[in-house]
Structure formats: structure tokens, C-alpha cells
Design a protein around this ligand. Structure first.
Ligand code: CTP
Length: 401
């Protein structure tokens, strides 16, 4: 088998020692590894360590051309199948986000067409710093992929998010990038449309009707579908959540906008997950000017919006339809009713009064209902993991041999 070619870019943080472990693991597992280092990285570990581990020359200086017939940073950027920055400091993240190339690592990264994975490591407050957050967002938009740091004890004495992901996990991410097995990506080749968040229905230019949906469960479903290999489009109502890497996001405002966005993608979809809390009613008339208060009480006439899931249920031709039912009482019975009425294949029932689930919470407690009485309870689980479990269950029932 041909070896995969990885450039490990090492920048200057105390977590550099973990990059040594990573390089060692990669080399043992049939990767061809070259290492480039920033000058500050060399203050923590010498290039010789990486040279021995990678069994290749280590590059630290843009002007130190080891082969006279080539330009090292261009040759390396062309050679690599992928780059991984381990650890990535706030400094290198800032430079990359702004196109600055002032030493070997940033110069090489600026020249490459290969995918670049970034594994940040820094103090918890630096990680939350607005400039750093902004730079990371920009890099995500530019197609860089992040390997999230862990929560835990940091070398600076703080406890929080910022600890470099473990070398084993970084290697798993790289392995999955190069050779996802069919079992890892059962949704490969499938198009998945996920809706998320609330919808917002305007009353006048300054007021609206909406609901408390945070969009977290829908974003978790989109992330899980992507992790399982699907081509994912996420249609999001107004929420303040980051777009998962590799997911196409379409922002909408009202139930009517969401209807348009979903229907126009329905024919090509294999699976539609309707996590959005779509408004059932909207103001019958939207005032073009701010409504002035009058003497006495007021009421706003509301009209029904289109039930998107029900419409999809009527029009479906082989697409799999998964809906949600947010309930406060008799959850299972209402959920079964929605499964039938909307002609969905599955309904994920969510008791929003449960303190461990529902709007805004990071965990959820749900029951997955399917046709012919299928029912599976999930205890309180982090939304991202829950989304993966639910999608795996559905895939196993629908698309496995
Ligand atoms: N849904 C939809 N379009 C609407 C309303 C709901 O597509 N106009 C979808 C939701 O995305 C969800 C499912 O229908 O997947 C159930 O939503 P829910 O609000 O729980 O139920 P409703 O159908 O609105 O029923 P009720 O308000 O009576 O509980």
C-alpha cells in the first residue's frame, strides 16, 4: 500500500511533546512524515528529536534550502497529502487567518492545496479570546479543519478547554480522513437535509413571534450525519451556533422561507431530519411600519403556516423522513400520532419539561419511534452523541444488508 504523506507543522507551545508521540505513532503506522517547526517550537524540543522520529530532515528555516534543485516550502506543500498543525498556538492561528507568512510553517501552509488540520492548544482564556475565536471562525470558513482541544488540566495551572487533543485522537482523525471504513461512514454517498432552530415570524419591523429552540439538537444531527459520511445541508432558523465544518448551511428566517429551502432540495435528498421548531402560526398581516400602541388591549390575528414535515410526507418518493415531537405531556402518544399524521418514518420524541433535555440544554432525553411499533428509549446523553446513536440506529434499520 502506498504510504500517506503527512506534514506535521509544530508551533511553539508546551504541548510540543505530544507532537513527538504523534509523529512516532504515524511513522509506525505506514505514514510518511515530514516535520516543519517554528523557531519557538525549537525552544521546547529540538529538531533532532523530530528528525529521529520521522526519519526525515526537519525544516525550521525558509532560507535553509537542503536540496538545491527545489524550494523547500513549495516542494513540501506539493508533496503533502495533508498537513496537521500540532500544537497550533493562538499566534499561528492568527497568522494563518490573515495570510501572514513570515517563517517556514506559515509560508509552507500558505502555499499548500492539501487539507490542513489544526489542533489548537493554549490557555483557556486565550482560547476564548475574541480575536482567537474570530480567527478560528475565519479559518473554518476557509476550509481548515479543527481537531478540538480537550477540557482538563492545563500546563499554566488553569483547568478548562485548551488542552491539546491526545495524539491517539489526532491520529484517528487523520486515519478516518484517509481511509474511512464503510462501518465508519454508513451514510457515504447519501444526501441529508437537516433543519434546525426556531423560525421567526415578523409582526412589524421591530417585533416578531418565535420560540425557545436553540438549534443545538439540529446542529448535532447535522454534525453526526457528516461524521457518518453524508453530504449534509443544514437549513437553520435564527440561531447563534457555529456551522459544523464540512456542512453546507442555509440561513432562513420564517416558516415560509424554511419551507422553500427544504422543498427545493427534497427531490435529491435521501434523508430529511426535521429538527426545527417551526412556528405553527404567523401574523396574518405584517405591518410595514412599527405598530403604535393604542388605548386598551390588543390582539394579533394569526394564520397557520404550512406544515413542512406533513407536506414532505405527502410528497415523498423513497426519501426517509425523520421528525421531532416536542411535547410537555403524553409524549409517546402524541409522538405516535405525529408519525401517522405526517407520514414520517421516524419521530424523535422529546419531553421538553425534562430538566436533562429540551430547549437550550446540552443533553437530551428522547424516544425514537418508528413504524410497526418500533420504540427505543435513550437516557440523558450529550446532544452530539445522541444524534450519532439515533442516526446509526436508523441507518442500521433502513440501509444495512
Ligand atoms: N413541523 C413542520 N412544519 C410545521 C410544524 C412542525 O415541519 N409548520 C415539524 C417539526 O419540524 C417537527 C414535527 O413537525 O419535526 C413536529 O413538530 P411539533 O411542533 O412537535 O408538532 P406540531 O406538528 O406543530 O404539533 P402540535 O403543535 O400540535 O404539538
Amino acid at each position: 500500500m502506498e504510504k500517506k504523506k503527512i506534514v506535521v507543522a509544530v508551533t511553539g507551545g508546551i504541548a510540543v511533546y505530544k507532537a513527538v508521540t504523534l509523529v512516532s505513532r504515524l511513522v509506525q503506522d505506514q505514514y510518511d512524515v515530514r516535520v516543519i517547526m517554528t523557531p519557538s517550537a525549537t525552544k521546547f524540543v529540538t529538531p533532532l528529536t523530530f528528525q529521529v522520529m520521522s526519519k526525515n530532515d526537519v525544516y525550521t528555516d525558509t532560507f535553509d534550502e537542503k536540496v538545491s534543485s527545489e524550494i523547500a516550502h513549495i516542494a513540501l506543500s506539493d508533496w503533502a497529502d495533508a498537513f496537521v498543525i500540532v500544537p497550533a498556538t493562538a499566534n499561528v492561528i492568527g497568522k494563518l487567518a490573515n495570510g501572514i507568512a513570515d517563517e517556514m510553517v506559515t509560508t509552507t501552509l500558505l502555499a499548500t492545496q492539501a487539507p490542513v488540520f489544526i489542533a489548537p492548544a493554549m490557555n483557556v482564556d486565550m482560547y476564548a479570546n475574541r480575536a482567537v475565536v474570530r480567527n478560528m471562525e475565519r479559518l473554518r470558513e476557509d476550509g481548515y479543519r479543527f481537531i478540538e482541544p480537550d477540557d482538563g488540566y492545563l500546563a499554566c495551572g488553569y483547568v478548562g478547554k485548551g488542552r491539546l487533543a491526545e495524539p491517539e485522537h489526532i491520529k484517528e482523525v487523520l486515519d478516518a480522513h484517509f481511509e474511512p471504513s464503510d462501518a465508519d461512514v454508513p451514510l457515504r454517498g447519501k444526501r441529508v437535509v437537516v433543519t434546525a432552530g426556531p423560525t421567526l415570524e415578523r409582526i412589524d419591523p421591530v417585533r416578531y413571534v418565535s420560540n425557545f429552540s436553540s438549534g443545538k439538537m439540529g446542529f448535532a444531527m447535522a454534525t453526526a450525519a457528516r461524521d457518518l459520511g453524508a453530504d449534509v445541508t443544514l437549513i437553520a432558523g435564527p440561531v447563534s451556533l457555529e456551522t459544523p465544518d464540512g456542512v453546507t448551511r442555509i440561513d432562513v428566517e420564517s416558516a415560509a422561507d424554511m419551507f422553500e429551502a427544504v422543498i427545493s432540495r427534497f427531490d435529491e435528498a435521501d434523508l430529511v431530519v426535521k429538527s426545527a421548531a417551526v412556528a405553527d402560526y404567523r401574523p396574518a398581516v405584517v405591518a410595514d411600519q412599527k405598530m403604535k400602541k393604542q388605548e386598551g388591549d390588543a390582539s394579533i390575528p394569526l394564520e397557520r403556516t404550512t406544515d413542512i414535515l406533513k407536506t414532505l410526507g405527502e410528497r415523498k418518493k423513497g426519501q426517509l423522513l425523520v421528525g421531532f415531537a416536542a411535547e410537555t405531556n403524553d409524549a409517546i402518544a402524541y409522538g405516535r400520532g405525529k408519525l401517522e399524521k405526517k407520514n414520517a418514518d421516524y419521530i424523535i420524541v422529546n419531553d421538553v419539561t425534562n430538566p436533562e433535555g429540551g430547549f437550550g440544554s446540552d443533553t437530551n432525553v428522547v424516544t425514537l419511534l418508528g413504524k410497526e411499533g418500533f420504540e427505543h428509549d435513550y437516557p440523558a446523553t450529550e446532544k452530539e452523541q445522541l444524534a450519532r446513536l439515533i442516526l446509526r440506529e436508523i441507518v442500521a434499520r433502513e440501509w444495512s444488508m
